[in-house]
Design a protein around this ligand. Structure first.
Ligand code: CMX
Length: 133
């Protein structure tokens, strides 16, 4: 793994949270994007080398809706940049981690992504991501 690429924060209302976090960071999000496959609306703030992603559920089946129902708003996942997601998935599977997909999926912000189950990582949802070139 290379570095923290972004931290994902689950929010109830992304419009309101965009305003709040824009005030906090002193800048607007550089991107807003709907990811149909994950049932989320997202926005991204650039923070030096790292990013903050806000996530709002677009339907009640979304992982974000379930998370907010159970735990409330807050930090949802930490994403790590990898240079070869296929090799990293294989390595982590060999190490005994539970991958949530057998193949990388297309995620927000032009990335191939794969999640690890939080039950196998001390309650933290980890995302691997690799930029699509
Ligand atoms: N962080 C820590 N724990 C989490 C969690 C999270 N983000 N999401 C769920 N959990 C915990 C739950 O609290 C629950 O724990 P308990 O058994 O102790 O109650 C357990 O995991 C199971 O949760 P659940 O609500 O029953 O939900 P599911 O098992 O149906 O799904 C998970 C959980 C992690 C497999 C699912 O949320 C998932 O596949 N996540 C990956 C995809 C995702 O999060 N997409 C949205 C973001 C997309 C993007 O970044 O673009």
């Amino acid at each position: 793994m290379l570095k923290i690429e972004h931290i994902g924060i689950a929010v109830k209302n992304i419009e309101q949270s965009n305003v709040l976090f824009s005030k906090l960071f002193g800048k607007a999000p550089y991107k807003s994007e709907k990811v149909e496959s994950e049932n989320v609306s997202t926005s991204f703030f650039m923070m030096g080398e790292n990013k903050i992603e806000l996530l709002e559920a677009t339907n009640p089946d979304s992982a974000i809706a379930k998370f907010i129902d159970k735990k409330g708003e807050g930090i949802h996942h930490i994403a790590f940049e990898v240079s070869d997601i296929y090799a990293e998935m294989k390595r982590l599977e060999m190490e005994g981690f539970t991958l949530l997909s057998t193949e990388p999926k297309k995620g927000a912000d032009n990335k191939l992504i794969c999640f690890l189950h939080p039950k196998a990582t001390n309650g933290v949802l980890i995302e691997l991501c690799q930029e699509i070139k």
